[in-house]
Design a protein around this ligand. Structure first.
Ligand SMILES: NC(=O)N[C@@H](O)C(=O)O
Ligand code: NI
Length: 160
């Protein structure tokens, strides 16, 4: 089984796959009489033939090392995962092209980081690393499955 070491998530490394959402550094604007920093418009939302919706996911926590058997993608819309805790979660993405995913890359988020997968990007399903695994999810609400799965011939092993 091919082993993949998870790395700390950075906006630069994740840039080909999506946006990293985090309230880090100086906010774009101070609002509410200077009592709130607004990190403005930080994700590329993209929905074809549907609308944006906000759902809540409560997912079972996973443990590393994790056997990665499949990735999925949403051809009609982006998908953002915003943790409702300060706990880390596992991110897996893979390059596309030619219909099949390439070698996956794995990341572990820092506290307070969320992600927005660009439309059509191969990714692992939501994988919290701590309970209760509660996330706000912004993705496409519309017709059709908007889901494509790829099961690897040989699973990968994701490690710390
Ligand atoms: N299927 C679903 O709503 N969730 C997945 O898309 C996922 O990325 O976890
Ligand atoms: Ni998804």
């Amino acid at each position: 089984m091919i082993k993949i070491r998870a790395q700390l998530l950075t906006a630069e490394a994740f840039a080909p796959f999506g946006d990293v959402l985090e309230a880090r550094g100086a906010p774009d604007k101070q609002i509410n009489q200077g009592l709130c920093g607004r990190f403005h418009d930080r994700a590329a939302l993209d929905f074809d033939g549907g609308r944006a919706g906000i759902s809540l996911f409560k997912a079972e926590p996973r443990k590393l090392p994790l056997t990665l058997e499949m990735v999925e993608r949403h051809p009609d819309g982006s998908q953002a995962f915003l943790p409702m805790s300060q706990d880390p979660f596992l991110i897996v993405v893979a390059p596309g092209g030619g219909g099949k995913p390439g070698r996956p890359t794995a990341f572990v988020t820092a506290p307070g980081q969320g992600v927005n997968y660009f439309r059509g990007v191969w990714h692992g399903v939501l994988s919290p690393l701590c309970a209760p695994g509660l996330f706000a999810v912004v993705d496409r609400i519309g017709e059709g499955p908007n889901l494509e799965e790829h099961w690897f011939d040989e699973p990968y092993m994701i490690e710390h």
